[in-house]
Write a protein that binds this ligand. Structure first.
Ligand SMILES: N[C@@H](CCC(=O)N[C@@H](CS)C(=O)NCC(=O)O)C(=O)O
Length: 209
């Protein structure tokens, strides 16, 4: 049994979709990010961020944050779902590569855009932080589009948590950012991911909330 602490349309989306992919029993625990986080939530993640994934094994309760780590954990707990190649394989190394790449170079500038005030001590600097974030987001999509040229997935014909992770950032993209229209390989990948029944269920839950 799993519990997922989440906010809708947040970094928790990929973990939520992975729980659907593996067919595990889980409960959603909504977190209101507009309010100070309750002390019991800060015990789970001192940063007060979502997602937090809890794996309740009866006698043992495992707590995990960072969405990319949650994805790999779920892939390893449910190998039959084939969300990641075997540990030690070259394909597995590519999954690590693209998850780390996106965490560092794609998620980070979106967060910088959404929380721009945290990236400058000068309130007048917020617009410049946002402008730079928009540039960095575009650079990352450009790199990802090239990586997906053979595709359609990061591992060629094989779907993995790397594809699932990328979807969140497309959902976060805003009209005031640079258009993603030139990134046809990214678009092909996203269409395949969005068409997966598990992902559709996650997206519907997010839209309904
Ligand atoms: N790298 C983290 C990012 C988590 C994150 O920043 N989550 C946001 C929501 S999308 C959050 O909880 N923000 C609250 C805050 O920063 O105060 C992950 O992927 O889990």
């Amino acid at each position: 049994m799993y519990q997922l602490y989440l906010t809708m349309r947040s970094a928790a989306m990929s973990t939520h979709a992975a729980l659907e992919e593996v067919g595990a029993k889980y409960e959603l625990r909504p977190v209101d990010l507009t309010k100070p986080r309750p002390a019991e939530f800060l015990l789970l993640n001192p940063q007060g961020k979502v997602p937090v994934l809890i794996h309740d094994l009866g006698g043992e309760r495992r707590v995990l944050f960072q969405s990319a780590a949650c994805l790999l954990y779920l892939a390893d707990q449910h190998p039959e779902a084939k969300l990641a190649p075997p540990v030690g394989s070259p394909a597995r190394a590519l999954v690590y590569q693209w998850l780390f790449y996106m965490a560092e170079s794609l998620q980070a500038p979106y967060i910088m855009y959404f929380y721009a005030d945290r990236y400058t001590a000068d309130p007048a600097g917020v617009a410049a932080v946002k402008a730079k974030a928009i540039d960095n987001i575009d650079t990352a999509w450009n790199h990802l589009d090239r990586a997906l040229a053979l595709g359609p997935h990061f591992l060629g014909k094989t779907y993995s948590v790397a594809d699932l992770y990328m979807l969140t950032f497309a959902v976060w993209h805003k009209p005031e950012m640079k258009t993603m229209t030139p990134y046809a390989h990214v678009a092909r990948n996203l269409a395949l991911v969005r068409a997966r029944p598990a992902v559709k269920r996650m997206l519907q839950a997010n839209e309904a909330a």
